[in-house]
Structures are given as structure tokens and as C-alpha cells.
Design a protein around this ligand. Structure first.
Ligand SMILES: Cc1cc2nc3c(=O)[nH]c(=O)nc-3n(C[C@H](O)[C@H](O)[C@H](O)COP(=O)(O)O)c2cc1C
Length: 208
């Protein structure tokens, strides 16, 4: 079957929040939330900071599984603890996810990005990979953060004239961060929505 990531709501140029599972050198399995940029119908890219098990495993194995889920517990457990061995299937995918795909690495490059909101300059590797197998268990849609940010910014915008100065400052600072993220991960419509909110804030006299 032809692999096509649009079947799980992934479109070129947008980034989705996923959980990557990989094999550790001792044979145990590891899961971590990682953003995946869609580069085409069967091509993806991710940028992973040095020091993570996921990066180490991808460098040594040259393959990884991308699990698609909107279950908040799986994201939370895989970040704060790790999943347990019996949370994984034999093929290294996570049990009960809506969908998953297997990736084979085509390139790994060093990357330093100045605009990251982290201390000093983050050292990361950019990994490009081909999707070689796509398994859809349930009708699935990969999660993109942009729409949630748009809704959050609209909710804050609707209250900005009736809150105190401290809260207003918080809303404006939050908007700046949301704007940065949506420009990075969102669709054309998400980006247009953020520009519209920005121009309305500017009209109100806020220098965003
Ligand atoms: C939603 C979400 C997305 C994330 N995306 C990335 C990412 O794209 N790159 C990265 O290096 N870390 C990302 N992280 C942070 C890693 O999940 C985190 O560093 C994790 O502890 C790595 O675990 P590991 O050592 O088991 O690989 C993300 C975290 C969350 C919650």
C-alpha cells in the first residue's frame, strides 16, 4: 500500500506532537514525546537535543517508530517516567495507539538554532527519515499544537480589557510565545489567525 501521511492528518510543512519509541542498547524500549515535521507524504524530520536516549538510540539503530495518539496519559508517562516493557508491542510500537509508522533514517546532521527559547545555544541533531510502514488501527489525526494556541489566544484576547495589569502582561507575553510557535508548526490558516489577533492587539495600542 502506498504510504501517505495525509491519511493521518499530517501535511507538508507542519509539525506534529508524537511519541517516538526506540530500542536501547540493552534491548529494553524507550518512549519520549518528540515533534515531527512532515516533509511530504512519506518523509519526516525531527530535531532532537543531545543527551536524550531517543537521539542516542536513533544514531545507533538508524530507525525509530512514531506513535500517533491524543491520549494525554501516554505523553505524560513517556516524558515523566518511562513506559513499562508491557506498554510496548513486539514491533516496538506503543500498545493501543491509534496509529504508528516506522521510519528509516536517511541523514543525521548537527544543528544549532539561535532562536530556541532554551539556555545558551542548544545542541541538537536534525534527523531526516523515510516512512517505510504505516499502521492505522483507528481513524487517527496527528496532534498539531497550533490550533490550541489560536483558541487560547482568542480566549485571552476576549478578556484583555477586563483584567488587571499583571494578568494583561501575562496575556501579552503568552501571545508572543504562542505567535512564535504557531509560525513554526502551524498551517496557513493558523498563521493567518495569529496575524489577525496580532493586528487587533496592535490596534488596541499593544506593541507586540
Ligand atoms: C510535546 C513534547 C514535544 C517534544 N518535542 C521534542 C523535540 O522535538 N525534540 C527534543 O529534543 N525534545 C522534545 N521534547 C522533550 C523530550 O521529550 C524530553 O527531552 C525527553 O525527556 C527525552 O527523553 P529520552 O531521554 O527518553 O529520549 C518534547 C517534549 C514534549 C512534552
Amino acid at each position: 500500500m502506498d504510504i501517505n501521511l495525509t491519511n493521518i492528518g499530517m501535511f507538508k510543512g507542519q509539525q506534529y506532537e508524537t511519541i517516538i519509541s526506540t530500542a536501547n542498547s540493552d534491548g529494553s524500549l524507550n518512549a519520549a514525546p518528540i515533534g515531527i515535521l512532515c516533509r511530504g507524504k512519506d518523509k519526516v524530520m525531527c530535531r532532537i537535543f543531545k543527551g536524550s536516549h531517543t537521539l542516542e538510540n536513533i544514531i545507533s539503530q538508524k530507525e525509530f517508530i512514531v506513535n500517533i495518539t491524543q491520549n494525554p496519559e501516554l505523553f505524560t508517562w513517556s516524558l515523566l517516567d518511562n513506559l513499562e516493557m508491557n506498554d510496548f508491542n513486539e514491533d516496538k510500537s506503543i500498545k493501543n495507539v491509534d496509529c504508528y509508522f516506522k521510519c528509516e533514517v536517511t541523514s543525521i546532521k548537527e544543528a544549532v538554532k539561535q532562536s530556541d527559547p532554551i539556555k545558551s545555544k542548544g545542541e541538537a541533531n536534525v534527523i531526516k527519515a523515510d516512512v517505510v510502514e504505516l499502521v492505522i488501527n483507528n481513524p487517527a489525526k496527528a496532534y498539531n499544537r497550533a490550533f490550541s494556541y489560536v483558541i487560547e489566544c482568542l480566549a485571552n484576547f476576549s478578556r484583555i480589557d477586563i483584567v488587571d495589569d499583571e494578568k494583561r502582561k501575562y496575556y501579552l507575553d503568552s501571545f508572543k510565545e504562542a505567535y512564535r510557535v504557531v509560525k513554526k508548526v502551524g498551517s496557513k490558516k493558523d498563521k493567518e489567525a495569529m496575524d489577525k489577533i496580532k493586528s487587533k492587539l496592535n490596534e488596541k495600542g499593544y506593541d507586540i
